[in-house]
Design a protein around this ligand. Structure first.
Ligand code: HEM
Length: 428
């Protein structure tokens, strides 16, 4: 008889953050195990990568744009096209695009400030107010439909179309094209998803770029009274007119940055409310608590697990020396659970003091441009769900009973979010 084969599971700290399926699906045990070794952890399997789990250290890196570049964002494993042969690779990084379609999140310094300024017409108080009016009406329609049906798969049927249309409205995408945008986003894999097919013919963002290129060219030729015209004619901080492609990329990047993140946050928040019926009822009775509730969800289960930097020059993080060229995974999830910063970090506490100091939206020059929008849209849809229901529960036919849940997360090293969430509604 053949002897049983023993499968050796690597100790959790030796698992690879980027490829180990158990870590991709559930990173929290992994973060706690590596935290024991200090707030900056050298990955065993990749000598050019460290992971930052400390809150203070994460802030240190996010705020230190002199020594850390965003060059490899959002693809932290992008190979360097040159050898690191000195203690300062700033000039080499600045001279080399990080990819074919380099986006604002990968820019540094003045180039970054210029790209970000192109978003200014979108985030004015009057534009956000108009967008909020759209999101209220649209959320109400979606939620009423789902509640009337008695249940839904929340991520695909409600959260994704909702956040996609909110960004389309913010940007002033013409009504006739919105359905095409929704379809494109539906088909796009979440960022950092290890299950995504290697060779997708044309990435959905490239297709969107085509639409935006046309809008911008049309508005530059024939200005209209709309937000797309304002974007098309926005000037750079030095007063010059940006290249049309830069405007296209800034607009398109909003879908890349704000779609999956917000849809997954809706899922993470609603799952928590399903699992804690008392909390759900408290929020239903006092909607002012939705804001603090969301902040604690962002802290304990924010939808962006990590962001990435590369050391431009020899430097340090806390007490750890960092050579030039070292890649840094800033684990926002781990920083938001650092026991040196948060009392009983694994506990969900509504009304935690100074909760808005969490780093779920990053910090510093690249801090999330869409954070006010994300907060508003998730709060609006939760409010509508609570308004139109007397109870929201997990559908046990899909997720199993309370003591044996089957919950699937996306296998992504960037996004923390549910692959699906089947819920049932008792109408109000
Ligand atoms: C819950 C939802 C969201 C989360 C958790 C989130 C998280 C983040 C984080 C952590 C960053 C910083 C990246 C870095 O430092 O490298 C970021 C950047 C950004 N986010 Fe968000 N985001 C969300 C929603 C949105 C939305 C709705 C939009 C816009 C419609 C948006 C637009 C952006 C932009 C433009 C940047 C890049 C800023 C820059 O590079 O200067 N985000 N986001």
């Amino acid at each position: 008889m053949a002897s049983p084969v023993s499968v050796k599971t690597p100790p959790v700290a030796e698992k690879d953050y980027f490829t180990d399926r158990s870590v991709l699906l559930d990173p929290y045990d992994y973060f706690e195990t590596i935290r024991v070794h200090g707030p900056v952890y050298q990955i065993g399997s990749r000598e050019d990568v460290v992971i930052v789990t400390g809150f203070a250290e994460a802030l240190e890196v996010l705020l230190n744009t002199r020594d850390f570049s965003s060059w490899l964002n959002p693809d932290p494993l992008t190979p360097l096209p040159f050898a690191v042969e000195s203690d300062d690779i700033s000039a080499l990084l600045a001279a080399t695009p990080s990819g074919e379609m380099e986006l604002m999140v990968a820019y540094d310094g003045d180039k970054h400030a210029a790209a970000r300024s192109l978003l200014n017409p979108l985030f004015t108080p009057s534009r956000l107010k108009a967008n909020e009016a759209f999101m209220r009406t649209y959320a109400d329609d979606l939620v009423r439909g789902a509640v009337t049906a008695g249940g839904c798969e929340l991520v695909a049927e409600v959260a994704t179309p909702f956040v996609t249309m909110v960004i389309a409205d913010l940007l002033g995408v013409p009504a006739d094209d919105r359905e095409a945008f929704r379809q494109l986003i539906d088909d796009a894999p979440p960022p950092g998803n290890m299950d995504a097919p290697e060779s997708q013919s044309i990435h959905p963002l490239m297709v969107m770029a085509g639409y935006f290129a046309r809008y911008i060219a049309e508005r530059r030729a024939l200005p209209q009274d709309d937000v797309m015209t304002e974007m098309a004619n926005a000037k750079l901080p030095d007063g010059s007119t940006p290249d049309a492609m830069e405007v296209v990329k800034s607009a398109m990047f909003l879908f890349a940055a704000g779609q999956d993140t917000s849809a997954k946050l809706i899922g993470n928040a609603l799952r928590r409310l399903c699992e804690d019926q008392a909390l759900q009822q408290t929020l239903r009775e006092d909607r002012k608590l939705i804001g603090p509730f969301l902040e604690e969800v962002l802290r304990i289960e924010g939808s962006t697990k990590a962001t990435f930097r590369i050391a431009r020059r020899a430097t340090s993080i806390g007490d750890t020396a960092i050579p030039a060229g070292k890649r840094v995974v800033i684990s926002l999830s781990a920083a938001n659970r650092d026991p040196r910063r948060w009392e009983a970090p694994e506990e969900f506490r509504l009304g935690r003091p100074r909760i808005r100091e969490h780093v779920a939206f990053g910090r510093g020059a690249h801090t999330c441009a869409g954070a006010p929008l994300a907060r508003a849209e998730v709060a609006v849809i939760l409010d509508r769900f609570l308004e139109h229901t007397s109870a929201i529960t997990l559908d046990e036919a899909h997720h199993g009973p309370a003591d044996a849940r089957r919950i699937a997360y996306e296998p992504s090293y960037i996004i923390r979010g549910l692959a699906d969430l089947h819920v049932k509604f008792a109408p109000a």
